[in-house]
Design a protein around this ligand. Structure first.
Ligand code: SAM
Length: 291
C-alpha cells in the first residue's frame, strides 16, 4: 500500500509527471525507469558504498537520483531537458545531498563540474544513459582529465557486446579499445524493454566498468595512443597503413616502416590489432615524431 506521508521515489515521480503534464521526448532518449524495486536492484548490483560521490547523467524524472541520494555521499545530476525541472524539484525535495545542473553533458566541462560538486574527491558514474549518445558519453568520461573510478550504466545490449568484444572480432571498435584501456567491463543485469516507460525497441544491459589501477598497456604518449586508436578504426576496409597516411599525414613508406618497426604486417587492418599492438605502434610513432 502507498504510504502518502512518506511517498516512495516512484510515487513522487508519477505524481509529479502527471501534475506537470510532462511528455517524454523520444529524440532525447527519454525512456524512464520508475520502479523503486528495479532501480534498487540495479543500485545493489552496482555495490554503491555510503559516502561515495556519484555523477548521474540524465536524471529524467529523478527516481534513480532520489534512491542514489539515500545510498551515497553527494550526487551530481546533469540533465539536458529544462522541462524536467519542476518534476525533479518535487521528486528531490528533502534530498539535500543532490546538486542538479541543467546542461548538455557533451558540452559540460567535466573537471569544473565534478570539482565543484565533489571538491576534488573521486567519484563514480551511475546512469540510465540516453542511448543516442552512449558511445560519445563513455569516450568523453574515460578520455577526461578527471575520469570516474567506475562507470555503471544502462546501455543497449549490442553496445554492451561491443564494449566487451575481443580484438579482431566484428564488434571490436575504437570505443571497445578505449574502454578496455580504461577498465574492466562486465554485465551486471539484463533489463527487458517493458521495464522502461515508454519501452524502447531494444533489450538493455546494466554494465559496470572499473577503472584499472594498473592499465593493461602504458604507451609513452597517451594522447598519441588515443589518436591512433581512432585512426586504426577510421576506415574499416582500408589497411592500417592507409589509415595512418590519412590520419597522421604519413607517406606510404613511413607508414609501412612504422608497422614493420612495431612487428606488424604491412598489410594489417587496424581492427585486427590488440591493445598491446596498438600501444607498441603508438610508441614507434612517438619515437619517429621525436626523432
Ligand atoms: N535516469 C532517468 C531514468 O532512469 O528514468 C532517465 C533516463 S533517460 C534514458 C535519459 C535521460 O537523459 C533523459 O532524462 C534525457 O532528457 C537526458 N539526456 C539526454 N541527452 C542528454 C545530454 N546530452 N546531457 C544530459 N542529459 C541528457
Amino acid at each position: 500500500m502507498a504510504d502518502y506521508q512518506n511517498p516512495s521515489a516512484e510515487l513522487r515521480a508519477r505524481v509529479a509527471l502527471e501534475k506537470y503534464k510532462f511528455r517524454n521526448t523520444h529524440s532525447l532518449g527519454q525512456n524512464f525507469l520508475l520502479s523503486d524495486q528495479l532501480i534498487g536492484a540495479l543500485l545493489d548490483a552496482a555495490e554503491l558504498q555510503s559516502g561515495e560521490n556519484v555523477l548521474e547523467i540524465g536524471p529524467g524524472a529523478g527516481v534513480m537520483t532520489r534512491l542514489l541520494s539515500e545510498r551515497c555521499g553527494r550526487v551530481l545530476a546533469v540533465e539536458l531537458d529544462q522541462g524536467l525541472e519542476p518534476v525533479l524539484n518535487d521528486v528531490l525535495e528533502g534530498a539535500p545531498n543532490v546538486s542538479l545542473v541543467f546542461r548538455d553533458i557533451m558540452k559540460a566541462d567535466l573537471r569544473s563540474l565534478t570539482g565543484a560538486a565533489f571538491g576534488g574527491e573521486g567519484y563514480r558514474v551511475v546512469a540510465n544513459l540516453p542511448y543516442y549518445i552512449t558511445a560519445d558519453v563513455l569516450l568523453r568520461l574515460t578520455d577526461s582529465q578527471c575520469p570516474p573510478d567506475s562507470i555503471c550504466v544502462m546501455v543497449q545490449r549490442e553496445a554492451a557486446e561491443r564494449i566487451m568484444s575481443a580484438p579482431g572480432s566484428k564488434q571490436w571498435c575504437a570505443m571497445a579499445a578505449q574502454l578496455q584501456y580504461y577498465g574492466r567491463a562486465r554485465t551486471l543485469m539484463e533489463v527487458p524493454p517493458e521495464a522502461f516507460d515508454p519501452p524502447p525497441h531494444v533489450v538493455s544491459q546494466f554494465i559496470r566498468i572499473d577503472r584499472y589501477a594498473d592499465p593493461p598497456v602504458i604507451p609513452a604518449d597517451e594522447a598519441l595512443f588515443r589518436r591512433l586508436i581512432h585512426a586504426a578504426f577510421a576506415m574499416r576496409r582500408k589497411t592500417l597503413a592507409n589509415n595512418l597516411k590519412a590520419s597522421f599525414g604519413m607517406s606510404q613508406e613511413a607508414a609501412r616502416a612504422a608497422l614493420t618497426a612495431a612487428g606488424l604486417d604491412e598489410r594489417v587492418r587496424g581492427e585486427a590489432l590488440t591493445l598491446k599492438e596498438l600501444a607498441r605502434l603508438a610508441d614507434v610513432l612517438a619515437d619517429a615524431a621525436e626523432g
